[in-house]
Design a protein around this ligand. Structure first.
Ligand SMILES: Cc1cc2nc3c(=O)[nH]c(=O)nc-3n(C[C@H](O)[C@H](O)[C@H](O)COP(=O)(O)OP(=O)(O)OC[C@H]3O[C@@H](n4cnc5c(N)ncnc54)[C@H](O)[C@@H]3O)c2cc1C
Length: 507
């Protein structure tokens, strides 16, 4: 999270500036001790809060597109006129300020009353919407339904003990001990009561009766729906090896999992992370922040090579080694006996705490049992509707026709899950919105963020611009000369521009 103590930047906008002082697309100033950003869009000038409502990213370093501005950090997007968080990961609007013109000077003195979000209107609003899942997609859907002024009933069912939380934080700042637990909830408990969202925790849905249109809970209770959203996410893969069921061997998905790992890490001297991909390495970085010796065992020769390619893989390995992580690559753990883990190579590693991060499987059981079309995920159409009308799917379980790659794809990205939840919400209200967002994810290792836009399962060339080792680079993953995806480190505007270019290519 960003430091909010910095002194206000730029000119005091309450004293006014002359139009000639505002030459570019944006100008950062302040009113009192609040940072305010002037943004030019065509012939109009807007004034908005200068920071993203997601992680406080600097909007002054973002990208203006028509009447919207995108955050450089995690690609949230805000409506300049209303301040609405038009695209996840931001969910809260930002303030818009009133601009007063006096001669050739403009003044900003006060916030405007928060304008209402743009509501498209319900064409055919159902009386009862049930959401299975209290994660990224489920929460974003519920929040969007209320934002769209939906007045009907919303029941959100989740097996988790905690309400929707900022899951990406669980392998990063929270696990590292640098984020407080009260930063994690996506909304306070009051929100659900105030917005009449019937959030039921520790509640498992065991089946769907698609004829009677209800979901059946483990308690036997049937909850009726007119529209249903499945957002059951993914389950960490557990290792089928002896000793994997011991109390110091963990997976990480929920807040409960994370609390258990933290308790196990307290007082631990050495940790073993099994899996050298995103979650495993973020966990490694966070445990290093707790000053625990960390060993990472991974089957691959280079961490993250399958997604990011060899050059970035080498960089990620070197970065973690600089921070003291010891890799055992091209190897795997065959058994864990108490604190002793035996590797396939024959080595033995001792560890007080073990975290297994070897991938996830989409939770498809409910959808399969209900007879929905499945293809390595729940098959949905461009509107995120499954093969049974009235039932939608979003997030890690959904395989959707991605207009950018031209193929049905399924990804495990926070922002995609949220944006799909938002689109599914609008479509459950009868709007016909195609889900066409360009996939985006980020990953954080120590002070190095890696941003990725697009989707490339395979490529025939990687064009590297800049210097990966210097943490200043943009990599384009290409097939037949076409850019499928772009990964970057500290090239935030270029990453936003690549996203926009991909959107426009699709248009
Ligand atoms: C530790 C961690 C760090 C991550 N970091 C990043 C990151 O940096 N960047 C990124 O892009 N992505 C990241 N991800 C991935 C991202 O969190 C997921 O892609 C996203 O959460 C998927 O959202 P979802 O709604 O599909 O599933 P989830 O958020 O997993 O939510 C699924 C929900 O469904 C509920 N559920 C499942 N089955 C049932 C049932 N039968 N009955 C009732 N409820 C049920 C679960 O309890 C849960 O509440 C991370 C994931 C983890 C675990």
């Amino acid at each position: 999270m960003a430091d909010q103590q910095a002194p206000p930047a730029g000119p005091d906008l309450s004293q006014g500036i002359s139009l000639s002082e505002f030459a570019g697309a944006t100008l950062l100033g302040h009113v009192g001790d609040e940072d305010v950003l002037l943004v030019r869009s065509g012939s109009e000038i807007f004034a908005i809060d200068a920071h993203c409502s997601h992680y406080h990213g600097p909007l002054a370093e973002g990208l203006v597109d028509g009447e919207s501005i995108r955050c450089p950090w995690h690609h949230a997007c805000f409506d300049l006129r209303t301040g609405e968080a038009a695209r996840a990961p931001a969910l809260n609007s930002i303030a818009v300020w009133k601009i007063e013109h006096e001669g050739n000077r403009i003044f900003v003195r006060q916030k405007r009353e928060q304008p209402k979000p743009r509501v498209k209107g319900s064409v055919d609003a159902p009386a009862r919407i049930v959401i299975v899942g209290g994660g990224a997609a489920g929460f974003a859907a519920a929040e969007m339904l209320r934002r769209q002024d939906y007045r009907g009933s919303i029941v959100m069912l989740s097996t988790e003990a905690a309400g929707p939380v900022d899951r990406p934080n669980l392998s990063k700042d929270y696990l590292a001990g640098t984020a407080q637990e009260d930063w994690l909830p996506l909304r306070s408990d009051d929100f659900y009561a105030e917005t009449s969202i019937d959030l039921r925790l520790n509640t498992e849905v065991t089946s769907i009766d698609t004829k009677a249109r209800n979901v059946v809970l483990a308690s036997g209770e049937a909850v009726p729906y007119d529209r249903l959203l499945l957002a059951t996410g993914a389950e960490p893969v557990r290792l089928p090896i002896s000793g994997a069921d011991q109390p110091h061997v963990h997976v990480l998905r929920s807040l409960d999992d994370c609390r258990t790992i933290i308790a196990s890490a307290n007082g631990a001297r050495r940790a073993l992370v099994i899996g050298a991909s995103f979650i495993g390495l973020e966990v490694a970085a966070s445990l290093r922040a707790r000053d625990i010796e960390v060993h990472v065992v991974g089957l691959e020769q280079r961490p993250m090579e399958r997604v990011l390619g060899p050059e970035m893989g080498d960089f990620v390995r070197a970065l973690h080694e600089e921070h003291g992580v010891v890799f055992h690559l091209g190897d795997t753990v065959t058994a864990i006996d108490g604190k002793r883990a035996t590797l396939k190579s024959g080595s033995v590693l001792e560890a007080d705490v073990v975290v297994v991060g070897v991938g996830v499987r989409p939770r498809l059981a409910l959808a399969e049992k209900a007879g929905l079309a499945i293809d390595r995920g729940v098959t949905v159409n461009a509107y995120l509707e499954t093969s049974i009308p009235g039932i939608y799917a979003a997030g890690d379980i959904a395989r959707w026709p991605d207009p950018h790659s031209g193929e049905p794809i399924r990804v495990e990205h926070w922002v995609v899950a949220e944006r799909q939840g938002q689109t599914a919400a609008r479509n459950m209200l009868g709007q016909r919105e195609v889900f066409d967002a360009v996939p985006f994810f980020w990953s954080q290792h120590y002070d190095v963020p890696i941003n990725y836009v697009g989707h490339a399962e395979k490529w025939d060339a990687i064009a590297v611009d800049g210097d990966i080792a210097a943490k200043d680079c943009l990599l384009q993953y290409k097939s037949g000369g076409r850019v499928l995806a772009v990964a970057s480190i500290y090239r935030d505007v270029a990453s936003l521009e690549a996203e926009l270019a991909m959107e426009r290519a699709r248009r």
